[in-house]
Design a protein around this ligand. Structure first.
Ligand SMILES: [Zn+2]
Length: 684
């Protein structure tokens, strides 16, 4: 759904940036370094645009931007995200000073940051903050105690790693209603396939994971032999959970995730688990409407709870609780966590410095309070007006596109237009800021702050159940360098963080801006009509509004994209899983087609001159390509090949170019060259 998957980076212990880093990040930023929206230095003029347009547009960037030691990959987006973090670091460091005149919200994030940065205090407490949670687990006398204990642990950790996930979401059948969702969860590795694949690499990763789990038990004080035995128990339980979970591709179809039931039916699914005890402890007793996203998972879970001893279940819970807490404990836990999840799994050599982990954590837990400070300093009202205008132009282009489509019947077309007109544009930041005043933050209790902020968020989510939907809510914080479309809200969202140079550059001519930010807006808009988004209607309800013939036509066109991307290799022997990336690949192509149409309308009465030796048409495409410049570590590429719904940057550029005859014309490419195609794919 997102243009970029959210980066769930594992938190780690401090270290200085290496001298060999392309840009030392050891000091906060008070202003953003400027990179132009079309960067000639990022290009490789020795490459042939018609053979490898990605290399042509990004070759210079790729050579000049080695991956920093604390990152799994490096990209134009990642670099901008790091700039934002350094800017936020400066804000937080100043708000953390007790002497300043700060309002309550500023004091809250300042104190939180100060407590997080106080490494000596964190070190001194060691594993002590876990004690009460481990005692809670240890105190279970029978499996009948499981529901209440699980409820409490899930609320405090905010983790979906404790057997399953329980939260609130819009009813697929009635998007105005928020209901309870019970979803599959409980895994430590990034996806269920990590447990089920039997290639040599996957087998090796599992063995390394098991060693990591044993190491965590040892950190909790288990003797070596029982730590090893316990790790084996955990792997056995997680394997059973993985086998019962849907694959990422199966999860792309919302129909697979919609099973509404009442309390009695939920109880029948897991006869051994007392849901009323679970819900009571969560403070939401008496619920009678649930969406169980994967009923088979819950049946298997019930069986698993029956098959395993109470001691085994306790072992699993101890691991998951320690795992969720590891980033917020002393160095032993932080290092172990980093060494497996970042170093072994993703190839990251060094731990990110503490300031970076703390900035990310404030953004994750108190993000709108921090985002408010960011917006005040870094986002002008003028930029909001300009972005809104570009968004409206791209929506206009989509309307024109829908009206002209030859393959769609008038019935489906009418509903598609209704959906387009129903989309809400959210730009920069929320109209109403979240109120965190009930979160208690102490300067001497970092771990306690993390738990209290998690509890605040867990309860905030659960409190939505049965209430009218809040349409103003955002799923991303304002400094985020990313954007998204939400099928159920039917809205597109562009945080302030993504509307900066080099992505959107007010100092540039229109061409690269329409190629880059216009392409992003078009991308999110196209998600409303990709393989997943098209199943929801204008009001965000999961409802089939397509005639059979139109659906067939859509699938036929989408298959062209799926077949094309299936040819591309990510790393080694791993190809793109193009059923997983289908929606994103469709959105990349549709997005740039729409951006092109909007740009053509924008310059209809003018003829922009060439600049830097490039025609406006060439600048449009180079501007597009340069958002995607990246270097990714091979281990991270493997993780992405298995879990990321986005194709690698290279194919997000080249894969689109060969489907756009406008590109071949702009660079005079012949149809027998790699960046052109006899019969291009075209969905939207
Ligand atoms: Zn996307």
């Amino acid at each position: 759904m997102y243009r970029f998957a959210l980066l769930l980076l594992v938190c780690t212990v401090p270290c200085a940036a290496r001298a060999s880093d392309p840009e030392p990040v050891s000091a906060p930023l008070s202003a953003f370094p400027y990179t132009p929206g079309l960067d000639l230095h990022a290009m490789d003029p020795s490459a042939d645009a018609c053979v490898d347009f990605y290399q042509y547009s990004c070759g210079g960037w790729i050579s000049n931007n080695p991956i920093p030691a604390d990152q799994a990959g490096w990209s134009v987006y990642g670099k901008l995200q790091t700039d934002n973090q350094r800017f936020l670091w400066g804000i937080l460091a100043s708000l953390a000073q007790r002497s300043g005149q700060h309002n309550a919200s500023q004091r809250l994030i300042g104190d939180y940051f100060a407590a997080c940065m106080d490494e000596a205090a964190v070190e001194k407490r060691g594993a002590a903050p876990l004690r009460s949670y481990l005692a809670l687990i240890d105190g279970m006398h029978s499996k009948r105690d499981l529901p209440a204990v699980l409820s409490e642990l899930q609320l405090a950790s905010g983790s979906d790693g404790l057997f399953f996930d329980f939260t609130a979401d819009q009813d697929f059948a009635d998007a105005t209603q928020v209901i309870a969702f019970a979803a599959a969860g409980g895994l430590g590795l990034p996806d269920r396939d990590y447990y089920t694949r039997d290639d040599a690499k996957s087998v090796a990763v599992r063995a390394q994971y098991q060693a990591h789990v044993a190491r965590m038990f040892a950190l909790l004080g288990d003797p070596p032999a029982s730590a090893r035995r316990n790790a084996e128990t955990v792997l056995g339980i997680e394997l059973a959970l993985a086998q019962a979970s849907l694959t990422l591709v199966e999860r792309r179809d919302p129909q697979n995730l919609f099973h509404k039931m009442d309390a009695q039916a939920l109880q029948a699914l897991t006869p051994g688990f007392d849901w009323s005890a679970y819900l009571r402890r969560a403070g939401i007793g008496g619920l009678d409407r649930f969406n169980v996203t994967e009923p088979k998972f819950f049946q298997a879970l019930d069986q698993l709870w029956r098959d395993h001893s109470l001691a085994d279940l306790k072992t699993y819970l101890r691991w998951q609780v320690a795992h969720a807490a590891a980033p917020y404990l002393s160095a032993g836990f932080v290092n172990a966590n980093f060494e497996f999840f970042s170093n072994t799994l993703r190839g990251v050599p060094e731990l990110p410095p503490r300031w970076k982990r703390c900035v990310r954590l404030v953004d994750r837990q108190l993000g709108e309070a921090l985002g408010r400070e960011f917006v005040q300093r870094a986002f002008s009202p003028d930029l909001k007006i300009k972005t809104l205008r570009m968004t409206q132009q791209i929506e206009q282009a989509m309307q024109q596109d829908l009206e002209q489509l030859s393959w769609m019947s008038s019935d489906t077309r009418r509903q598609a237009l209704e959906k387009l007109h129903g989309i809400t544009n959210k730009i920069g930041y929320p109209d109403k800021w979240r109120d965190y005043s009930s979160v208690r933050v102490r300067r001497d209790d970092f771990f306690g702050n993390v738990v209290r902020a998690s509890l605040f968020e867990s309860r905030r989510q659960l409190a939505k159940i049965g209430k009218p939907l809040d349409r103003d809510e955002w799923q991303m914080t304002p400094p985020t360098v990313n954007a998204y479309y939400d099928s159920q809200m039917n809205d597109i969202n562009f945080p302030a963080g993504v509307l900066q140079p080099p992505l959107y550059d007010p100092a540039m001519d229109d061409a690269p801006n329409y190629g880059n930010t216009g392409g992003t807006i078009g991308h999110e808009l196209t998600h409303a009509f990709d393989d997943e988004g098209r199943q929801f209607d204008a009001r965000g309800n999961l409802r089939d509004w397509w005639t059979d013939t139109d659906a067939e036509q859509f699938n036929h066109r989408a298959q062209c994209v799926v077949d094309q991307y299936a040819q591309y290799t990510v790393v080694d022997d791993l190809r793109i899983n193009s059923k997983l990336t289908e929606g994103e690949d469709i959105a990349d192509l549709g997005g740039l087609v729409l951006a092109w149409m909007a740009w053509q309308a924008q310059i209809a009465n003018s003829s922009p001159p060439p600049r830097d030796g490039f025609t406006p048409e060439q600048r449009f495409f180079i501007g597009y390509a340069q958002w995607a410049c990246e270097n990714i570590r091979p281990d991270e590429q493997r993780v992405q090949a298995l879990t990321d719904p986005h194709s690698p940057g290279k194919y997000r550029v080249n894969g689109v170019m060969l489907n756009m005859p406008q590109f071949a014309r702009a660079f005079s490419c012949r149809v027998d060259q790699p960046m052109a195609k006899q019969t291009p794919c075209r969905v939207w």
